[in-house]
Design a protein around this ligand. Structure first.
Ligand code: 13P
Length: 359
């Protein structure tokens, strides 16, 4: 393991206000999102959509790294360039999702444990040869009656730590993602208590598995009231609860914290991230950035609709959300930046215009 490389890669992933773009939806999830807009659910349609994203002019101004799915890292652009190579060529670090999904946990009804440790050492070597410099593993926790249980938290935390150790051995930066889901009617305080319990357990296991915290990135949920909770909170209250929870549970040696969006609308996710950086930046031991999937992609996917005529406006929408999220990481997001996309035109977009073909 080259500790120095791990540290410098992890530092680059959260440098200069940039953040990560999660385009690692599994085939099932991608098909579900395509079905909503009547887009064909085929490997070729997935490939065309990922080409649209990777070829978005100026994406590298806001995005430091992109998380790919197994299918995507094996696919190529129309011109024959593998996606990982194309990303690296524009200064975006390629990453790869390596878990194989959250599965029903035996003896724990309603709870899930993430699988994928078997054969992981060999898969990491292969992904490294294909150009991946970091990896992601996601565990999920449901807040409900008696959940998440201690057994579920401990099993997932142990798997996350085993995964992180194997990544570092292979020279890949682990992105450790314990996600407390937004579904439910729980309050902000309950989400804070559960998130803290999960994070403390995860860091205990990371320590026990000898994971170098300087060579990893944490990808947590924001601390939010449940979607069905009648007491929703302001952007500032969410920022205070989230940063308070992280300061109590995440060691300062960790290079960066990058939030998942979890289904929050893009503008709200930007506003909440911005409030955290505006209110706390000088007190934070780690960069606080983003690793959004839906919060960056959703407008672009809706505009694209699987049609080549919509590629450029879809890229503009993607570029805009990524730009807003970089502004939020820097604590400079505001209404003017959000509104700027209405004037966004291809003539304003930097570098080359997308030339790939889609249908
Ligand atoms: P969302 O931002 O859509 O939650 O996706 C992030 C992610 O990578 C989930 O694993």
């Amino acid at each position: 393991m080259n500790t120095h490389t791990l540290e410098s890669t992890a530092a680059m992933m959260v440098a200069n206000g940039k953040g990560l773009l999660a385009i690692d939806e599994s085939t099932k999830t991608c098909n579900k999102r395509f079905a909503k807009w009547g887009i064909p659910q085929t490997a070729e349609a997935h490939r065309q959509y990922r080409e649209l994203i990777v070829d978005t002019p100026g994406l590298n101004e806001s995005i430091s790294g992109a998380i790919l799915y197994d299918e995507t890292i094996r696919q190529k652009k129309d011109d024959g360039t593998p996606f990982a190579t194309a990303l690296a060529a524009i200064g975006i670090i390629p990453g790869i999702k390596v878990d194989v999904g959250a599965k029903e946990m035996a003896a724990f009804p309603g709870e899930k444990v993430t699988e994928g440790l078997d054969g992981l050492r060999a898969r990491l070597i292969e992904y490294g040869q294909m150009g991946a410099c970091f990896a992601k593993w996601r565990a999920v926790f449901v807040i409900g009656d008696g959940t998440p249980s201690r057994g579920c938290i401990e099993a997932n935390a142990h798997a996350l730590a085993r995964y992180a150790g194997l990544c570092q051995e292979a020279g890949l930066v682990p992105v450790v993602e314990p996600e407390v889901l937004m579904e439910g009617d729980h309050t902000l305080d309950v989400c804070s208590e559960v998130t803290e319990r999960v994070l403390r357990t995860v860091f205990r296991e990371l320590y026990s598995q000898r994971v170098k915290l300087e060579g990893m990135i944490l990808k947590p949920n924001m601390v939010l009231p449940g979607l069905a909770c009648p007491h929703q909170k302001s952007v500032e209250e969410v920022a205070d609860a989230t940063i308070g929870c992280l300061l109590r549970s995440v060691p300062g040696a960790v290079q960066g914290v990058v939030f998942l969006s979890g289904g929050q609308p893009g503008e709200l996710a930007s506003a909440r991230l911005n409030a955290m950086n505006v209110r706390y930046k000088s007190r934070l031991p780690w960069e606080v950035s983003f690793s959004f999937g839906r919060a960056i992609q959703e407008p672009a996917l809706e505009i694209w609709h699987g049609k080549s005529a919509n590629v450029i406006p879809a890229q503009e929408a993607l570029y805009h959300r990524a730009k807003c999220d970089r502004a939020a990481h820097l604590g400079r997001y505001d209404a003017a930046i959000e509104a700027d996309h209405r004037e966004c035109s291809t003539s304003k977009m930097p570098s080359t215009v997308y030339a790939g073909s889609t249908q």
